[in-house]
Design a protein. Structure first.
Length: 241
């Protein structure tokens, strides 16, 4: 993936949960835009520990990558507890993770990404940003309909109309699998960035930080851990290209 010779002058806000995908997207955005801020959402997720991990990742990213550190601006945390109030899921309450009758896992939180982007767009409007970056993907994912490219393209149009200002939604991982996500991180920041992803990002739906694997911390059994582990193994098997 090519990198512009000079940074894009627009200001970007990255939806940065603290997971592998959003952390990779943060590095991607810092490589491309002259000013980048981050935003996260507290919606009562079981793996709320991700919100703590993200701060460690930001800190070490700034110290290990000086150029990116100069472009990395403020961080924002927004309370979206209403998502839990609208209906529990296995992502917001203590229940076994399973597939539902409609083919979606019961970790699906209806409207989550839609609300994330609307809230981020309102923040971006106030902060003078015109680009929103998210780690959504429809290649290696759990089937969530609000992760699909056509959903987010439609949302981009609606947000821009609603704000009467152009707002671009960038999803650099939309059409790549998890192995390619690891490869992109390595392309952007080498072994140093990959190590930060392993040590300081969190994906496990159960919030397990007690077990460290080659691909990072997690229970090793939930769907999120499975995707991350298989992608890491495929990336290593490819020769880390």
């Amino acid at each position: 993936m090519s990198t512009p010779a000079t940074p894009d002058g627009r200001r970007a806000i990255v939806l940065f949960s603290g997971g592998q995908d959003s952390a990779t997207c943060l590095a991607w955005a810092l490589q491309r835009f002259s000013a980048v801020e981050t935003v996260a959402f507290d919606y009562g997720q079981r793996h709320r520990i991700e919100l703590d991990c993200r701060l460690h990742f930001r800190r070490d990213l700034q110290s290990h990558f000086a150029d990116w550190g100069e472009r990395l601006g403020d961080d924002h945390l927004i309370d979206l507890g209403l998502l839990r109030a609208l209906g529990d899921s296995a992502l917001t309450s203590e229940r076994a993770i399973r597939m539902r009758a409609d083919g979606l896992p019961n970790t699906f939180v209806p409207g989550r990404n839609l609300l994330f982007f609307v809230a981020a767009a309102a923040l971006a409007y106030r902060r003078g940003a015109s680009v929103l970056v998210g780690g959504m993907c429809e290649t290696d994912y759990s089937g969530y309909p609000d992760c699909r490219d056509n959903t987010l393209k439609a949302l981009q149009v609606a947000i821009s109309l609603g704000l009467a200002a152009p707002m671009t939604i960038e999803t650099p991982l939309m059409f790549v699998d998890k192995a390619a996500t690891w490869a992109l991180a390595h392309e952007l920041g080498g072994d140093a960035l990959v190590e930060l992803l392993v040590e300081h990002t969190h994906t496990c739906y159960l919030g397990d930080r007690g077990q460290r694997h080659a691909w990072g911390y997690g229970c090793g059994d939930c769907p999120a851990c499975g995707l991350r582990a298989r992608g890491h193994a495929r990336w290593l098997a490819s020769g880390k290209d």
